[in-house]
Design a protein around this ligand. Sequence first.
Ligand code: GAP
Length: 503
Amino acid sequence: MDKPNDLMDKLVSLCKRRGFIFQSSEIYGGLNGCWDYGPLGVELKRNVKNLWWRDMVTSRDDMVGLDASIIMNPKVWEASGHVGGFADPMIDCKKCKGRFRADQLYYAVREGQSRQGGSASVWFSAIADKVEDASAVMELQLKKKGRQIREWTNDFELVRYDQEQSEQAPCPACDEKGSLTVPRAFNLMFKTHCGAMEDSSSVTYLRPETAQGIFVNFKNVLDTQRLKLPFGIAQIGKAFRNEINPRNYTFRSREFEMMEVEYFCHPSQADQWYQYWRKARFDWYVNLGLRSDRLRLRDHEKDELAHYAKSCVDIEYAFPFGVSELEGVANRTDFDLKRHQEYSGRDMSYYDDQTKERFLPYVIEPSAGVDRSVLAFLCEAYTEDEAPDDKGLPQKRVLMRLHPKLAPIKVAVFPLVKKDRMQEIAHKIHEQLKGRWNAFYDEKGAVGRRYRRQDEAGTPFCITVDGQTLEDQTVTIRDRDSLAQDRVSCDRIVDYLSEHLGN
Ligand code: GAP
């Protein structure tokens, strides 16, 4: 069994080697919290977004789409509460200039008797989202300091950072004691200026969520589409947050993409729709291959709720680095429409012709991260097993068991060897398939190696044109997961693939 970090290391290395994900501006040393999707990654990401759009928008009667601008009037962010409240408590180290989120700092204190006698305390520090992660880091630190630690008798106690402890607690980066400042609010929005003047009148922000673009367009959409409640407005787009500690690969980035639905309904039906969306969104991940025993719904505690939410649940996934949020489903009440009504002076209400009632709708918001979904699908797909090589001997292989709907390349076509007739037929098959699916042609190297490359890319099927093809116009179609090879007549390839790929 791989240790979680080994698995992450292997995945990160495969993603770079095969062109799923690269570090942003790598040749200049990269930029923390920013990532680029390579030729395979962009297809995977596009498939995630297209499937979400199809399932949330085009296959439903109660949903419409929107594509709002990233830079909006700054009053939007005053009304939404982001200018005043979208902040993390931040702590700086005066020595090494490190910056940490106060709620992610943990300290282990150990009170006890040393062998030499006398009571003392030892401090260790770690940055982590959760107590479990923090204790794993602490254990490592304990091991590193080995001899010294064995002198202590009692178990150490794990405590979250608080102001009193800041004087003794060491910096988690440089170990210096007494170097940490008290927490200060740090707004996560990226600021910029619109136009030539760089003064306070031109300040604008890169959006930290796509949701507000939907709320400010509520009336436009309602009036132009003649919609009746309940209905939803969906949007996919980039969002930006100046995260203090971007980490865990793409999990916490500074630039990322969101897939958000704002589902408007009568306040009396909000609880019912909240329940509906919790289940619908959980099932969506399961249907695309995330194992349900690696997913869980975690209700927010009252003190954890965002300022706008009456209730909220996180859909969490067991990533190799810990169980972490994939998507949030929140009951945002009428908070946003009310605030925009107040700040803009525009009426945001809905009028029901039948009941003659005028009111501000409630909103249920399933809000998913594209990059986090992609990361979860990649983690789930990474598999190591054994497969026979060209000589029939068992060899270790790495494969990405991506759901066929998510796979960047659906089918690869090979001539067994570089012989004119075989190449010609293989090219013809490739030409025929590529109009319909993302198909890949490869004739370089031994066929076994070509299979391995496609296994790592997550390609569900490989078609091989061999000697028998020249005699009876059949090819082999190899299944990535079972390694089974079916002999299929050339004129049945399209039917075979559409049956097995499900489209
Ligand atoms: N409109 C609601 C909202 O923005 P959120 O929980 O802050 O809620 C929603 O974000 C989703 O966006 C998260 O569940 C996560 O998937 C994704 N997300 C948030 N911050 C992210 C980051 N720094 N990097 C990658 N994805 C992020």
